[in-house]
Every structure is written in C-alpha cells, then in structure tokens.
Ligand binder design. Structure first.
Ligand code: NDP
Ligand code: A1CAB
Length: 275
C-alpha cells in the first residue's frame, strides 16, 4: 500500500513535534505537508525536516489523505472553513489535535458528515516517546481508524477512548503533562542550586534522575508507589523530604492543577466551539 500523505494545518510547536517524530520513524518527507501563514515557520520546517510547505491551507489540504488540524483552538473554526470544500470533495480523514474543541463542531465547520478523529498528543512525540489518546466519530471507517492509530503510534503510545468527554481529562493529564514534569525539574534544579551546588552539576543530576525514575517506572515491574518506598529509608533523607512535600499539600496541588486544566479544556469548547 502506498504511503498516505499527511498535511498539517498550522506549523507550530506541536506540528514540529509530530513531523519530527514521523520522520524519525521513517515516514518520507515528500509525503508530509505543512501550511502556515508565516514564512519563517515554513522555512524552519523545510530546513529542519525537508517537507513540503505552503502558506495556503487549501494547497496542503488538496494533497492530503489525512489533514491534521494543528492550529490554536481559537483559529480552528476559521481554518476549517477555509478547507471545507476540499474536505467535502475529497473526504480525507481529519485529525484534530486542538484542545477542548468538540468533534461535532469540527465536523460541522467542515461541512458536516466528515470523518473526524480527535487526538490529544504531547510534545515528546518529537522523540517518538509521545502519549496520545484518540476518539473517532461515527463517520470514521475502520481503515481510517487504523490509519489514525498508525500515525500516532509512530510517534509514541496511542490509546483510544470510547467517550469524547474523556478528552478534557486526557488533555489535563498527558497533553499538558510534560509541562508539569518540566516544572518539577526546574524547581528541583533551583532548590539544588540554593544548596550551593554548581548550576551545571545541579542540572545534570536533576535531568538524569528524572530520566532514570521515568525509565524505572515504565520498564520495571514495580509501580511508582513501590519504587518510591524502595528509595525511602526509614528515618532517612528521602523521608524528610517527602514529609515536607506531603505537609505542603503536593497531592492536593496536583489534583487542583489537573482539575483546572480539565475545566479550561471544557471552557475552550464553550468559547471557541459551537456557533
Ligand atoms: N503544544 C502542545 O504541547 C500541545 C498542543 N496541542 C494543540 O495543538 C494545537 C497547536 O498548538 P501549538 O502547536 O502549541 O500552537 P502554535 O501556536 O505553536 O502553532 C499554531 C500555528 O498555527 C499558525 N496559524 C495561525 N493561524 C493559522 C491559519 N489560519 N492557518 C494555518 N496556520 C495558522 C500559527 O501562527 P502564529 O503563531 O503566528 O499565529 C502557529 O504557527 C492547539 O490547538 C493545541 O491545543 C495539543 C497537544 C499538545
Ligand atoms: O496548553 C494547551 O492548551 C495545549 C493543550 C495541551 C498542551 N498544550
């Protein structure tokens, strides 16, 4: 079977992550398009990835078997309207990665009865280490479902959800999730520096520790709680630190943070979805 052509509408951060991951996974640059109004953005894609670029969304859409809507939620409606007639004529699979916006709104903006998969990837897709959840509307064929899953699985883990409503919590968990871990890394690095560790040493120790912990949690048999217990000697240094993190309400803090992200995903739909 010949390789599908994928067009990204919007060439920003997430398009870079997905295009980079797809190329690293062996997808041919000539089968990838990016459309973005800004020439600098397109030049970066051309030089970094060697793919096809255009300022016209319609030109990219006209080549595509799969159209990835990778613009900000507030732009999606306008971008969908621009390519609606091409989508109606050619019936490609439309894969929206926009936070919050609901499949029925996206399908309607594209003229109705369009196969739409909503996907929520994350930036580690660049390293083919992404986590993506997918939801398909009833117009998506079995072959298109397989195609959407193949694309996202090429850049990491791809899991289906049965209910679109789960996508808001997914966005709060894995879509935004890399930022939480980066913040923890920043906070640990700053704390280590405040204990007089040289900056370079502090950074390298924090980053390698994050990598090691993530690999142990993913590759071993123990769950995170067991792994934590194995680090924590009774009356030792880890116990002293964990006590402070508990006292300061770390768990509650994450619960509130993810709830805020989930709620923001829902209000994005109210603000920029519907008519
Ligand atoms: N960043 C992330 O970690 C994740 C983002 N997402 C979702 O992906 C989508 C894109 O996010 P992200 O890549 O971070 O955003 P960016 O702002 O980095 O990328 C969007 C790009 O689209 C361009 N653009 C603006 N208007 C149009 C238009 N009419 N047609 C085509 N392109 C246009 C923007 O240009 P300009 O900037 O000049 O306006 C920008 O280059 C969002 O909907 C977001 O919710 C999903 C998962 C993770
Ligand atoms: O912050 C955002 O709204 C987007 C969606 C998930 C990650 N970035």
């Amino acid at each position: 079977m010949s390789e599908s052509t994928i067009a990204f509408i919007g060439g920003g951060n997430m398009a870079h992550s997905l295009v980079g991951g797809l190329i690293a996974g062996g997808r041919s640059p000539q089968h990838l398009w990016v459309a973005d109004p800004f020439v600098d953005q397109l030049d970066t894609h051309r030089h970094r990835h060697g793919i096809n670029v255009t300022q016209e969304n319609t030109e990219a859409a006209a080549h595509a078997d799969v159209i990835v809507m990778a613009v900000k939620p507030q732009i999606l409606r306008e971008a969908a309207a621009q390519i609606a007639s091409i989508v109606q004529e050619r019936q490609p699979l439309v894969l929206s990665i926009a936070a919050g916006l609901r499949e029925p709104d996206i399908s309607r903006w594209l003229g109705g009865n369009v196969p739409v998969v909503r996907a929520m990837p994350n930036t580690p897709s660049l390293l083919r280490c992404g986590a993506t959840a997918l939801y398909a509307n009833p117009s998506v064929s079995a072959a298109q479902k397989t195609l959407a899953e193949e694309i996202m699985a090429a850049v990491g883990m791809a899991l289906w959800v049965d209910e679109e409503a789960h996508m808001d919590a997914v966005t709060a968990t894995s879509g935004s999730g890399p930022a939480y871990f980066f913040l923890v890394m920043e906070a640990m690095e700053n704390a280590a520096r405040s204990l007089d560790l040289p900056p370079e040493l502090a950074r390298r120790l924090v980053l390698q520790t994050a990598l090691g912990a993530a690999r142990m949690a993913n590759e071993g048999d123990d769950d995170p709680a067991t792994l934590r217990e194995k680090v924590t000697s009774p009356g030792g240094t880890t116990a002293a630190a964990l006590e402070v993190l508990r006292e300061q309400g770390l768990e509650e803090c994450f619960r509130k943070a993810l709830t805020a992200a989930r709620d923001r995903s829902q209000t994005l739909s109210d603000e920029f979805g519907r008519d």
